[in-house]
Design a binder for this molecule. Structure first.
Ligand code: 5AD
Ligand code: SF4
Length: 435
């Protein structure tokens, strides 16, 4: 195999993978490789995989098969959480060239060079946080950028693979993050989303996430700050207060609860109760009354009864989320819940529960969107719409807004919201906000 000249990175799963995928692309570009939009034409394809729910692994193997059809033989690197979980097994089974875990991808250039010499190469070490210091400078980015501030999880929810694939909770240092945020703004970002599996567990000495947010608030040219995903137990009063005090911090909070029954929450090892969760939301709403709330749900956790599922529905009615993600429980190898085979919920039952939950969540999402009609807000333009003159951006509450405007990508436009659908809003540009 010769040294690859072109590369394509394909990321699956969460936003942290999107961030890692960008950083891997930057690494390859720094090696002199050229980006290719087409995975079927690139010399090197990086599959940046996700292991959070079922069939992830099988999907990776079928993707590898597709990349090799018609006799093509690109260099294939499997990165991300499947790489971490499966390790050498991927090389044995699919004869890929490189396997690299989420904490080791700064070594990708070396692994690719080794693979070009003929040996499959693997690195799934977990040297906490070391990679960030070894990555090239940020290059040009769009108006919205991700910034990973924290990785890993110490919570060990019984259904979840993250503590095994991403390792223990580790925070990057305050100064390095402020520097990277400035570099992102210099490179074109006007909104930064701070990322972490437990982003609100971020700390540096006695500084918590709110201190980082305040520091970012001072960066000229940065207009919006967001963060995701948070754990209820790390939702400190300082962070809640930031939603009241920090103007650039957008009124949006993704705070997964997973289930509404205390028995299920306990079996999930969530270490918060229905009530303690609801009390956190009360404090958040007191600090920022217009905040849009978002969450994650799992239905059909082993042993979940009909009555317990009803408690999830009643919690949803109580909170009225602006948007949510919801999933059927999927057993993950190596996790405690995957051992509870005797209590597994039949798929038809879980599917029916998911449908009922999603019907409620969708209705609330539409209601939230409809309540925005008549309001004025800033929209950060992110991309062109389908027809000429149409642009698409985001409201402060993370809704997509479609509007006719001559404003370009990256501009902030003052908009009046005039219509609402389940997944987006229609707006009319008023005057351009001061740049
Ligand atoms: N099955 C189903 N959903 C899961 N999630 C995490 N692990 C599982 C699993 N084994 C969901 C949770 C989490 C989101 C990222 O994915 O809701 O918050
Ligand atoms: Fe997984 Fe729970 Fe950690 Fe979230 S908090 S990453 S669901 S173990």
């Amino acid at each position: 195999m010769t040294d690859p000249k072109t590369y394509h990175v394909k990321s699956y799963g969460c936003q942290m993978n999107v961030y890692d995928g960008e950083r891997m692309a930057e690494l390859m570009a720094a090696q002199g490789l050229t980006a290719s939009d087409d995975p079927n034409a690139a010399d090197l394809v990086v599959l940046n995989t996700c292991h959070i729910r079922e069939k992830a692994t099988e999907k990776v193997y079928s993707e590898i098969g597709r990349l090799r059809k018609d006799g093509r033989a690109p260099m294939i690197a499997v990165a991300g959480c499947v790489a971490q979980a499966e390790g050498e097994e991927i090389i044995r089974r699919a004869k890929v060239d490189v396997v690299v875990g989420p904490q080791a991808y700064h070594n990708l250039p070396q692994l690719v060079a080794d693979a070009a010499k003929g040996a499959a190469s693997l690195d799934t070490d977990m040297p906490a946080i070391a990679k960030f210091g070894a990555l090239p400078a940020r290059r040009k980015v769009g108006p919205t950028a991700f910034l990973t501030v924290q990785e890993g999880c110490d919570k060990f929810c019984t259904y979840c693979v993250v503590p095994y694939t991403r390792g223990a909770e580790v925070s990057r240092g305050f100064d390095a993050l402020v520097d990277e945020a400035k570099a992102l703004v210099d490179a074109g970002a006007r909104e930064i989303t701070l990322l972490g599996q437990n982003v609100n567990a971020w700390s540096d000495g006695d500084r918590g996430l709110e201190h980082l947010i305040v520091a970012l608030d001072e960066i000229a040219g940065l207009e919006r700050i967001r963060y995701t995903t948070s754990h209820p137990n790390d939702m400190t009063q300082g962070l809640i207060d930031a939603h009241r005090d920090v103007e650039k911090l957008m009124p949006f909070l993704h705070l997964p609860v997973q289930a509404g029954s205390d028995r299920v929450l306990k079996a999930m090892n969530r270490s918060h109760s229905r009530d303690s969760y609801l009390r956190i939301l009360e404090r958040v709403r007191a600090a920022r009354p217009d905040i849009a709330l978002s969450g994650d749900f799992i239905v059909g956790f082993p042993g979940e009864t009909d009555a317990e599922f009803e408690e999830t529905l009643s919690l949803v009615e109580q909170v009225r989320y602006a948007q949510c993600f919801s999933f059927k429980y999927s057993p993950r190898p190596g996790t405690p819940a995957a051992e509870m085979v005797d209590d597994f919920i039949p798929d038809e039952v879980a599917s029916e529960r998911l449908q009922r939950l999603q019907a409620a969540l969708n209705a609330h999402q539409l209601a939230f969107n409809e309540a925005t009609v008549g309001k004025s807000c800033d929209v950060l333009i992110e991309r062109k719409g389908r027809h000429a003159g149409q642009m698409i951006g985001k409201s402060p509450w993370l809704q997509s807004v479609h509007l006719e405007t001559d404003a370009q990508v990256g501009e902030m436009v003052a908009v009046e919201i005039v219509s609402a659908g389940p997944n987006s809003l229609g707006g009319v540009a008023r005057v351009k906000a001061a740049a």
